[in-house]
Design a protein around this ligand. Sequence first.
Ligand code: UDP
Length: 320
Amino acid sequence: MNSIVISGHNGFIGSSLTSRLKKFNIIGISDKKRKKEKNVTSIVKNVNKVNNTDVKHSFQTLIHLAAVSDISFCNANPKTCYEVNVNGTNKMLEIARKNDANIIFASSSHVYGNPIKLPIKENFPLSATNPYGRSKLIIENFLQDVFISDDSWHIALLRYFNPVGAHKSGLIGEDPNGVPNNLMPYISQVATGKLEKLSVFGGDYNTPDGTGVRDYIHVVDLAKGHVKALQVLENRPQILTVNLGTGKGYSVLDMIKTFKKISGMNVPYEIVGRRPGDIASCYMDSSTAEKLLGWKAELGIDEMCKDMWRWQLSNPNGYF
Ligand code: UDP
């Protein structure tokens, strides 16, 4: 049986992905500070958990997800952001090299900074508007250099847009530490009454309703994109760069409206000032993903909200 190392296997994306890779032996590198593995291991039995330094089994693929992804935290703590994201990748690369393993790296739409136009194609100029995006860009450049130095590597840079949603079972979802930083977990906690109201960051962007527009992608579609990338990487040595989103943009107000419709709950909000480092609009062109991976997102915002709401109701206090 093929083995795959997943760093950050117990996070939101890692746990959804792990649950789709049942035919592999998964070696999960956990963040010990996140005690959120209970539900992942209750439905996924193929995981061996290890600490960073102890990957003793040989493996064929590394899926490197582990990162600090809270943008406000990265703005306030750039040192930790670069340490975890950039140095962490360097360590993982060393382990991958020893195993001659293929690499799938979790990159982000943040590497496009403020995009020159929409929809965003993979060959657009890269830049970043915040330390989080910059850390992902540094890692992408680093992996490009690794491939230039030795073109026998098999590397995929998957640029995630805005992953949301949850596993259909209601068992696996997003459980941020403390007050959520991302829009959708914040909205769900306002809908349950755990949080009083949502602050909408900016109502004066050049978008149809003035609020920020993003390309939200269901985590199940995102996980399927990884499975496709795994297969394509097998074919030949390459460095592959692909956007993973739906190709459709929705505003903050669109997301509030849909969540209210699906949950039947009220979502009070207030429009406040813009969040530093945010951009007006970000959504992708899906043609490269279709061409290179034979993959296209299938689930829309109704399903994203429905699955998030199911997870939120089944786990009103998160995993604890
Ligand atoms: N947003 C918001 N209030 C929040 C969190 C986010 O209005 O409490 C907005 C944010 O300005 C952006 C969108 O929601 O337009 C998505 O933000 P998120 O942090 O989820 O993802 P990002 O696109 O920044 O990575």
